[in-house]
Design a binder for this molecule. Structure first.
Ligand SMILES: [Ca+2]
Length: 243
């Protein structure tokens, strides 16, 4: 293969379709009750393997929490995601920190549950979803739907309000902010119900890893085009010399 063919194939790979791998909680065969008004909460574990440690991934978390008994109340919920690499490095970020809780609404939002995806690339913060135009609840369950940014507030869930700074790290930083990035290992979901009254259950959760294509920067595209043109020119000149 000559240099020109290598460049063309390299460009095709860089813009090709990317793969997504999803890992679901295998031990969660039936809904798991989240203890009411109990900061001890529940902790679930996913073993993740088979991902390329040198590839950059977009990480998304799917979360399905539904009201039980007399019904749910999403403003009671606190949840975080943690990751432990095979070498033992550890990172975490806050997914939910009492959605809707503010200085004027200390109980947070009263919707019955969540059937959502949390993603770094979402348009809006889950904490203030009722202020976002077009937010939707599922017709059958009343659960919030859609794709949202994780809450990322590190404030104590007993004190958190919407105006608190969102200082916690993104999913991408959870993996690539480490000295030896590796998405494999263990991923943990912690969920707690921080307020007495309404009760909820964890129906399912999963973590997806979508390969991010190495899209060339405009400058490097121009550089590649220049190299290709230069290479063709060189070959033409050489042929002329031989002839
Ligand atoms: Ca509760």
């Amino acid at each position: 293969m000559n240099a020109i063919q290598q460049l063309v194939i390299g460009a095709a790979l860089a813009t090709g379709a990317s793969a997504t791998m999803t890992f679901s909680d295998p031990g969660l065969a039936t809904p798991l009750a989240i203890p009411d008004h109990d900061a001890a909460g529940i902790l679930r574990t996913l073993a993740v393997s088979g991902l390329d440690g040198t590839t950059r991934y977009a990480v998304d978390v799917a979360l399905n929490i539904q009201g039980s008994g007399y019904g749910g109340y999403v403003g009671d919920l606190y949840a975080y995601l943690a990751h432990q690499t095979p070498s033992g490095a550890y990172a975490m970020t806050v997914l939910l920190n009492r959605p809707g809780r503010s200085d004027t609404q200390l109980s947070g939002y009263d919707d019955t549950g969540l059937t959502i995806t949390l993603s770094d690339s979402a348009a809006a913060d889950i904490h203030t979803y009722q202020s976002q135009p077009g937010y939707q609840l599922a017709a059958t369950t009343g659960a919030l739907t859609g794709t949202w940014q994780p809450d990322r507030r590190l404030t104590n869930p007993d004190d958190v309000v919407s105006s608190d700074a969102r200082a916690a790290i993104s999913f991408d930083e959870m993996v690539h902010g480490m000295a030896n990035p590796d998405p494999n290992g263990y991923w943990y979901l912690f969920v707690a119900d921080m307020q007495s009254g309404a009760t909820m259950q964890l129906n399912s959760w999963s973590v997806s890893f979508a390969e991010l294509s190495a899209v060339p920067e405009p400058a490097s595209v121009l550089g590649t085009m220049g190299l290709l043109a230069g290479g063709l020119l060189l070959r033409t000149r050489r042929r002329k010399r031989v002839a």
